[in-house]
Design a protein around this ligand. Structure first.
Ligand code: GLU
Ligand code: ZN
Length: 316
């Protein structure tokens, strides 16, 4: 069994990230698997200098450890996406050779216009496959590369999420041919995460519920790359004391939304762990060492219930 935590170094480790990391770590450690830390620095303009080091330090301060990662190495490295572009190119080539990749020269405005409003999903309009026909491509424009989603039942993905239960999605209807390489030359998150999870032999992905609607796309892409997709389990979102998704504006009335801020406000690792553990159905929210949380996880298994709400005591 191999699990992972895959933070983007776009800022400090926030509570949602710590919650997902703890859940992923507990699953691996309870089952005697291997825990991988992968840094998803795919989008250079969004990378914050020093964030990677601070995320790793905050995880360590909480008591989490990993067997493979950018700082400790391992047999499946490198462990930063910025150093794995060869693998992404190889995957794109493979898809292209199978006829499953095509260049798209549509602008955002054109896509919005082509896509009929009733189909517009939450992630924006469903791309209607306009550029599947080479005659529709505009010469002289740098293309994005899109995945050709199969027609019919092959596009329907069903899986059982470890925490959310059964999920079924028709990827063709929900998102359509999605982008794997962007116009600006950057690899899409969907491509990199699937290639890396396959190449690193990840068997279980535990992460935040904000990524639940990416799982079907990732399962489909993994299969199209000839791989076996990992199992998925999505932990609930972390909410502020007002029940709203934890966001920047909460900073004015909570002690912090990042681990570093909470630590600076005087909270200890065991206090934070105890509260995070309760969100996974472990313990009562009183301070716990990481060993105690692991012991509970071994005995009881993880049972996250509903959204995780920040305790009153963490208000300013
Ligand atoms: N790098 C992504 C993030 O920080 C997580 C990707 C994943 O877990 O699949 O939101
Ligand atoms: Zn197009």
């Amino acid at each position: 069994m191999r699990g992972r935590f895959a933070p983007s170094p776009t800022g400090d480790l926030h509570l949602g990230g710590a919650f997902a990391a703890l859940a992923a770590w507990l699953r691996v450690r309870a089952l005697g698997g291997v825990f991988v830390l992968r840094v998803e620095d795919l989008d250079p303009p969004r990378v914050v200098p020093g964030a990677e080091g601070r995320i790793l330090a905050d995880l360590g301060w909480l008591g989490l450890d990993w067997d493979e990662g950018p700082d400790v190495g391992g047999a499946f490295g490198p462990y930063r996406q910025s150093e794995r572009h060869d693998l992404y190119d190889a995957a794109l080539l493979r898809l292209e050779e199978a006829g499953n990749l095509y260049p798209c020269t549509c602008s955002r405005t054109e896509i919005a216009r082509i896509a009929s409003a009733p189909h517009a999903g939450e992630g924006g309009p469903v791309y209607p496959g306009w550029c599947r026909d080479p005659a529709n491509r505009k010469a002289g424009r740098v293309p994005a590369l899109r995945l050709r989603i199969p027609e019919g039942p092959e596009a329907v993905v069903s899986f059982v999420d470890g925490f959310e239960g059964p999920v079924t999605e028709d990827v063709a209807a929900a998102v359509g041919d999605f982008v794997l390489k962007r116009v600006d030359g950057l690899y899409a998150y969907q491509l990199a995460v699937v290639v890396d999870d396959l190449a690193m032999g990840i068997t279980e992905v535990v992460r935040g519920a904000d990524l639940l609607d990416s799982a079907a796309r990732q399962i489909l892409l993994a299969r199209m790359l000839g791989g076996t997709p990992p199992a998925f389990a999505h932990v609930p979102l972390v909410l502020g004391p007002d029940g709203e998704r934890l966001a920047k504006r909460h900073q004015s009335f909570v002690k912090g939304t990042t681990v570093a801020e909470l630590r600076a406000a005087g909270l200890g690792a065991q206090e934070i762990l105890g509260v995070l553990a309760k969100g996974l159905g472990l313990g009562e929210g009183t301070p716990l060492t990481v060993g105690q949380v692991l012991e509970l996880a071994r005995r009881e298994g993880l049972r996250p219930r509903g959204p995780w709400v920040m305790p009153e005591g963490w208000l300013r």
